[in-house]
Design a protein around this ligand. Sequence first.
Ligand SMILES: [Zn+2]
Ligand SMILES: [Zn+2]
Length: 145
Amino acid sequence: MVADLERSILQRLDAVDLRYTTGRRAIVDGLRKANGPVTLPELLQLVPDLAQSSAYRNLALMEEAGVVRRLVHSNDHARYELAEALTEHHHHLICDSCGIVRDVQFDARLERTLDKAFDEAAASEGFTIARHVIDLFGTCADCAG
Ligand SMILES: [Zn+2]
Ligand SMILES: [Zn+2]
């Protein structure tokens, strides 16, 4: 599984002539370790020996390479996670109050129901849906408590 991930990342970086440097590897490790999408300061906490300047640049390069996905939900810091093509299809729970973002998976039946409904909704436009992105906003348990 990890070997597959490594191979996919290498392929993507290679396609845009980027090397899988120690710094980029450290970012991927940090994102894998993270409990959901993280801000750059959070990533730097997870990977203390990461230099902020190069981390920011490497995140942008890896976003272009399709390895990293950048999420912007509010005027909060952008958050980063590994691209969905490298991990698993999922959605996000976003707290309007503190801005925390958690990954959440819908069960397979709900995903099928959604895809069918989206196909029907888009059919009148002659539009073919390739994927969907759904984020859910509300209040996290900490902020609700
Ligand atoms: Zn919250
Ligand atoms: Zn979905």
